[in-house]
Ligand binder design. Sequence first.
Ligand code: F6P
Length: 387
Amino acid sequence: MEYWTCNDKNTFAYDTLARRIPIILTNVINDLSQHFNAQKTVIEEFIALKNRLVKNKIIEKFEDLGFGDENTWNTEIEKSQPTFFDCRWLFAECYIYRQMFQIISKSNTIELDIFEYRKNETLKNNIQLMIDYAEIFSKYKSKNDLNNLLKDCLWGNTLDLSLLAGQKSAAPCNAHILADDSQDFIEKVFPCEKIHIVLDNFGLELFIDLCLATFLLDHNLVKVVVFHGKAVPWFVSDVTKIDFQKFLELLSQPEFENIPAFQSLGRRWREFVECSKFVFRAEKFFTTYLPFEELQSFDSSLHEEMKSDGGVIFKGDLNYRKMTNDSKVSEITGWVNVTKFDIPSLLVRVCKSDTLVGLKSMVHVDDSNWRTKGKFGVIQSLNCSKC
Ligand SMILES: O=P(O)(O)OC[C@H]1O[C@](O)(CO)[C@@H](O)[C@@H]1O
């Protein structure tokens, strides 16, 4: 099997390491000095990380600071002692975000979210979209609307801050959904006691994901929704525990008192948390570089729990890459060739990277970059009866 690596200059993987991540690091460095008043040593460490990346140095092992995943990373690094651009793309990108967290952990500011300023800015820009979406969501009265809601969840994934480093996102439309297996997943999984949603981005996407969870509870399709977020700030806009808590509080702020839909959703979501119908968790597995087929060996109890509960909805491009192991294959390659993951799953993902599998036919588009522009999307099921 071939995987996307960073050393081929004609790939989006190379562009990510050579252009996008340095922009993200520069933004972090600027934010730390302008908005967080960070210690000089912390800023210097970020500058050093950026220099090591642009000079394509051999990557360094992690210090054991007790987070618990250091051995997993270091064992992999020791195997080949690669430079940044020698690495597999998925590994290199996750490694850089994990290094950013190490810098913060070593300072006395472990609670600092280096992406908080960017996330807050996005949130401000997303408010009107969330108000508009609350109106759409209020019209979904029947169980049959679940398919539309899943499509909304898909397009909610269009925006993410790591992708917007230096470029604009394209507007999506339903004609650009390359696969929609939602019915297979719905028939296989619902009703069930508990569904797991592996979250992606903060802002509008989280808002629509919470609407989906509300719909599933309201229609007795599930009794509990477990949201899996990130244990550390990740890929700029991914949801952490603090983001999740802040989001639920946000809707009942005085500035929104004239928006009844916000008031009522905010109140209901906080009640769902209080009576444990909404549960937020942030397992370490989701901030490793490991593909999902390694869940069983990294965290067997989470794997067992997900398997016995029913199903998992995976949001976004990074989760898709982790499911497909970032394999460099044609889009008609079957799922069995790229993953051994064995739990009924639904992958709801706007295409922002080259990896694409499991389609019925080849896609022909008059734009060689169509796979990475965020204009196409897939809703694909895995381990469901008909797939
Ligand atoms: O927020 P999402 O949908 O996971 O997208 C993030 C992913 O998209 C990219 O920006 C392009 O693949 C990656 O850097 C990252 O894997």
